[in-house]
Design a protein around this ligand. Structure first.
Ligand code: GLN
Length: 490
């Protein structure tokens, strides 16, 4: 009985819990048992909060037993939270040694929303340190393994959340996406993940990587589950200065419409610049088959050109490090976590020694690149130029969306590669972000939905669907229609 519960969709579990066919405590316990059974090998969780999760589950059961309506559509369904959102009752490490054992004094707005929605938090998931990476190998707590093939990476930076979903350790998860950290892990684990429009999910209590790009978002095994979670976490927050004061987009209705309908009247643009011979052949053939399916569903598919996307990678890897070099200055050995101090050191020496010991290689690399790009004499040439490219990319999108409703591309040029394969080659690692970065630079929204297994290695491939800012519902309509037409993976 309990083993079966972990294989069910979140929407199905929610119905069973709300009709009191099963209790949230049973469902939560089943997932905790699953974590014990499989996570020794996968390392998706950095911290498991069994007691708190069961207490939250019991609250939901008690409330339902008292005749109350469920607090949300997902009340009682447990979730895995990326370890970059603060939680007052468990540690927040961001995958870094510098925050080992640190417990935040307050919950992130997103955490509060989960609690208010009656969603038990199973624990905190593994990630590349401060969300910098595409493989989860930059975690100070060891890599996460891909459930499809444990010798391979689960994507990054949110590899823990994606692996937890793919291995049935959690029916729902939360990620963050600064350059693809929700979508690329979703693609390589055959799960679903959305980067919502920038400003629609609060960043209050989300430990900053690059503030102008970071966005929390929902992850699930189906488009509908992801939509249900999207509506729980989105919404205006006065404590986030970039939060958009507008109603939450109707993504659940769009997912339901998509799942039962066709795509007549929907205009889909294939981005020419994101369809390249340099991508893995099995990725391209899977993508082409997905596009054919969209056409069969009645969508009008055209090719569009976004010429400045070619410069997205270069611009992103200047803008992100620049913001990182500023944001991570707060880890000064005084306020949070680790402090290396032999008792005879000056404040400067303590700071230097703590950072040397507490930050990993990739984080140090980006702090140095960012510090250089922002230094006087180089600011205009590097940071300034990158900002101009950012504007050109947004204009490419605007032009494309004059004639289409959504854009599509592969989510990642590659299927999951072997652990260790790219750790010594940062540029090769960065190349896996090629298709996801433009959306973040423009502040738009995008989703990855599984498009089957690659013909060349049998590993998961993701279809990326992109839409303009504040049009997140389009992702869900197209994603759900495609998912229904595609049928189950395997
Ligand atoms: N892989 C990208 C990077 O390393 C994206 C990270 C993210 O979205 N947090 O920066």
């Amino acid at each position: 009985m309990t083993a079966d519960l972990t294989a069910l969709d979140a929407s199905v579990l929610a119905t069973k819990i709300h009709t009191r066919e099963v209790s949230s405590v049973e469902v939560t316990q089943a997932h905790l048992d699953r974590i014990v059974a499989v996570d020794g090998e996968l390392n998706a969780f950095l911290h498991v909060a069994g007691e708190q999760a069961l207490a939250a589950a019991k609250d939901v059961d008690d409330s339902l037993a008292a005749g109350n309506a469920p607090a949300s559509a997902l009340a009682g369904v447990p979730l895995a939270l990326k370890d970059v959102f603060t939680t007052a009752d468990m540690p927040t490490t961001c995958g870094s040694k510098i925050l080992e054992g640190w417990v935040a004094p307050y919950d992130a707005t997103l955490t509060t929303k989960l609690r208010e929605a009656g969603i038990p938090v199973l624990g905190k998931t593994n990630m590349d340190e401060f969300a910098m990476g595409s493989s989860t190998e930059n975690s100070a707590y060891g890599p996460t393994r891909n459930p499809w093939d444990t010798t391979r990476i689960p994507g990054g930076s949110g590899g823990g959340s994606a692996a937890a979903l793919a291995s049935n350790q959690a029916p729902l998860a939360i990620g963050t996406d600064t350059g693809g950290s929700i979508r690329q892990p979703a693609a390589v684990t055959a799960t679903v993940g959305t980067k919502p429009t920038y400003g629609t999910v609060s960043r209050f209590g989300l430990v900053a990587c690059a503030s102008s790009l970071d966005q929390g978002g929902p992850c699930g095994r189906t488009v509908l589950d992801t939509a249900l979670l999207h509506e729980v976490i989105a919404g205006y927050d006065p404590r986030d200065s970039t939060s958009i004061d507008a109603p939450v987009r109707p993504v659940v209705a769009a997912a339901r419409q998509g799942a039962t309908g066709d795509l007549k009247g929907v205009r889909v643009g294939v981005v020419k610049e994101l369809h390249s011979d340099s991508y893995q052949p099995g990725v391209i053939s899977s993508f082409d088959a997905a596009v054919a399916q969209l056409t069969e569903l009645g969508a009008e598919v055209v090719e569009v050109s976004c010429p400045n996307f070619e410069y997205a990678l270069a611009a992103y890897y200047l803008i992100l490090p620049s913001e990182v070099s500023s944001n991570l200055a707060r880890f000064d050995a005084m306020r949070y976590g680790l402090r290396v101090d032999d008792g005879n050191m000056s404040a400067d020496q303590v700071m230097a020694a703590t950072r040397a010991a507490g930050f990993g290689k990739e984080v140090k690399r980006r702090i140095m690149i960012g510090t250089y790009a922002l230094s006087s004499g180089y600011y205009d040439a590097y940071y300034g130029s990158a900002l101009k490219v950012r504007t050109l990319i947004a204009r490419d999108f605007d032009r494309a969306y004059e004639s289409v409703d959504v854009l599509v591309s592969p989510t990642s040029p590659f299927t999951p590669w072997k652990l260790g394969e790219k750790v010594d080659d940062p540029l090769a690692m960065y190349l896996s972000d090629l298709c996801t970065l433009p959306t973040n630079l423009a502040g738009h929204c995008a989703m990855s939905v599984p498009s089957g297994l690659s013909a060349d290695d049998g590993l998961p491939v993701g279809l990326q669907i992109m839409a303009p800012a504040m049009a997140d519902e389009r992702l869900y309509r197209v994603g759900a229609a495609y998912e229904a037409a595609r049928g189950p993976i395997k």
